[in-house]
Design a protein around this ligand. Structure first.
Ligand SMILES: Cc1cc2nc3c(=O)[nH]c(=O)nc-3n(C[C@H](O)[C@H](O)[C@H](O)COP(=O)(O)OP(=O)(O)OC[C@H]3O[C@@H](n4cnc5c(N)ncnc54)[C@H](O)[C@@H]3O)c2cc1C
Length: 461
């Protein structure tokens, strides 16, 4: 039993995996709880994913949406931030194994919160990733920025009209909020920011296509808002193709199957994938050791108190968890984190006073609505039964994102960047480096070379 004077080593140990909305909020909510927290994440920052598309299209810098977790928690003495890729959770021995640069570290826990989120899903076609990066990390966003701006640069040097058309065609796969935001911003980048800055090509001739296998834009937001967003995109010049199933992606474009079975090609150098998510593989790790089940997207089917079957001390929150009626959105992770921290706090207090903790009430999600920006000064929003679009929705979007960005400095810096873009046609973050544009391809080539060397050595021995 822990007591107020407990030393760090004998205090109740809470390990949190992930520094996203779920992980960070859980750590912060436990600030005044008599527990020792170790937050392990594979990046050193807390990432505000909803604004990744603005990094990719040069509106804001990566630092504005990815403050270092260590600095956010600097004054929280009961929390330690550890960099590492968690590779295994041992439910029986209550340890978490994480890897950092070839070293494995074991961290014991009394209570574990898994908030490792979700990655991009290519629905079993992982080879698409090389040609159509997703948008899940800062690396993804910077690589996409390199690919988008790089395509314009190559087009300026090309004298072949067919190649030029391919370079100036941008395909965004997935018409959810990220796809809508991305397509709108590529179009605005071409029409407003880049206009007049090339001599051989006219960037306003860029052809932006937003494509989805579903019959509507923004399906979770309902028909009315979906149509509103679609109309606005089309007015801007974005071509929206619905009921279009991507069957292949390669360096030069994508292959699409229409509902009547027609197979067609879209030649496009730059493709963006925003079509599906797959929860962290750590869910499978839990399922392999317990009665925990996972759904098709790899999400963990949790108990009403967000713990896993047979392990009341292991919680799964945010995008990693499947809870009926809770969407894979920031609010789901934030509210889950709040709820779980309250349980941990109650139980810590009960241990401290030698009393029986209050029984756990089931997790209840409060739907605060959702919104997506379509273009400068235009967004769609849904709050309860209220659905609205246009400038008011855009202002609401602006205000809410500012509130949820972590840290005063990031808020000010983002506001300044927005002023540059929204009050003029400029963007302050259009720098691309060779590493951003080519690093992933080069790394993959090196991995291929290393694999073939290993094969040759194996065959020779
Ligand atoms: C491009 C984009 C736009 C979005 N827009 C919106 C929006 O407008 N509104 C909205 O509400 N939601 C939006 N979302 C969804 C929202 O960002 C997620 O629902 C939310 O981030 C989920 O929080 P989480 O804590 O579960 O996971 P995340 O925030 O993804 O955090 C996961 C954390 O786990 C870490 N991690 C993962 N695997 C490991 C491992 N093996 N070892 C160690 N650490 C690991 C990651 O590094 C990260 O720190 C968007 C998402 C994306 C990708």
């Amino acid at each position: 039993m822990s007591h107020p004077g407990a030393t760090a080593s004998d205090r109740h140990k809470v390990v949190i995996i992930g520094s996203g909305f779920g992980g960070l909020n859980a750590a912060q909510k436990l600030k005044h709880t008599d527990v020792d927290i170790k937050l392990i994440a594979r990046t050193t920052h807390h990432l505000f994913q909803p604004l990744l598309y603005q990094v990719a299209t040069g509106i804001i810098s990566e630092g504005e949406i990815a403050p270092p977790t260590r600095l956010i928690l600097r004054k929280q003495e009961n929390a330690q931030v550890l960099l590492g890729d968690v590779t295994h959770v041992d439910l029986e021995n209550k340890t978490v194994t994480s890897e950092l640069l070839g070293h494995d570290y074991k961290t014991p826990y009394d209570t574990l919160i898994l908030a490792a989120g979700a990655g991009q899903s290519y629905f079993g076609n992982d080879h698409f990733a090389e040609f159509a990066p997703g948008m899940k990390s800062i690396d993804d966003a910077l690589e996409l920025r390199g690919r988008i701006l790089g395509a314009f640069e190559q087009a300026e040097r090309s004298s072949d009209p067919v190649r030029r058309a391919k370079l100036l065609t941008f395909v965004v796969v997935g018409a959810g909020p990220t796809g809508v935001e991305m397509a709108g911003q590529i179009q605005e980048l071409a029409d407003q920011t880049l206009k007049g800055s090339f001599r051989h090509i006219d960037p306003t001739e860029a052809h932006v296509i937003l494509l989805d296998a579903a019959p509507a834009v923004l399906p979770p937001m309902g028909k009315k808002l979906g149509l509103k967003a679609q109309e606005r995109l089309e007015k801007m010049g974005v071509e929206v193709q619905l009921n279009a199933m991507v069957t292949d992606v390669d360096r030069n474009g994508i292959t699409v199957k229409d509902p009547d079975g027609t197979i067609r090609r879209i030649e496009a150098a730059c493709k963006v994938w925003s079509a599906g998510v797959q929860a962290s593989p750590l869910g499978r790790d839990l399922a392999a050791q317990s009665d925990t089940e996972i759904d098709r997207a790899g999400r963990v089917k949790v108990n009403p108190d967000l713990s896993i079957p047979g392990h009341p001390d292991v919680f799964v929150i945010g995008d990693m968890a499947f809870v009926d009626g809770v969407p894979g959105m920031a609010q789901g992770a934030i509210q889950g984190a709040k709820y779980v921290s309250k349980i941990i706090d109650n139980e810590a207090k009960a241990r401290q006073h030698g009393t029986i903790p209050k029984p756990r009430e089931p997790f209840k999600y409060f739907d605060k609505g959702s919104m997506a920006t379509v273009s400068k000064y235009n967004a769609v929003a849904q709050v309860g039964k209220l659905e609205f679009g246009g400038f008011i929705a855009w202002l609401a979007w602006l205000g809410l994102h500012l509130i949820y960005l972590v840290g005063f400095k990031t808020k000010v810096a983002t506001l300044m960047s927005w002023a540059v873009t929204f009050l003029s046609r400029q963007r302050g973050q259009l720098t691309i480096t060779e590493q951003q544009a080519y690093a992933r391809t080069r790394i993959e080539q090196l991995e291929d070379i290393a694999a073939s060397v290993r094969e040759t050595e194996k065959a020779a021995s």
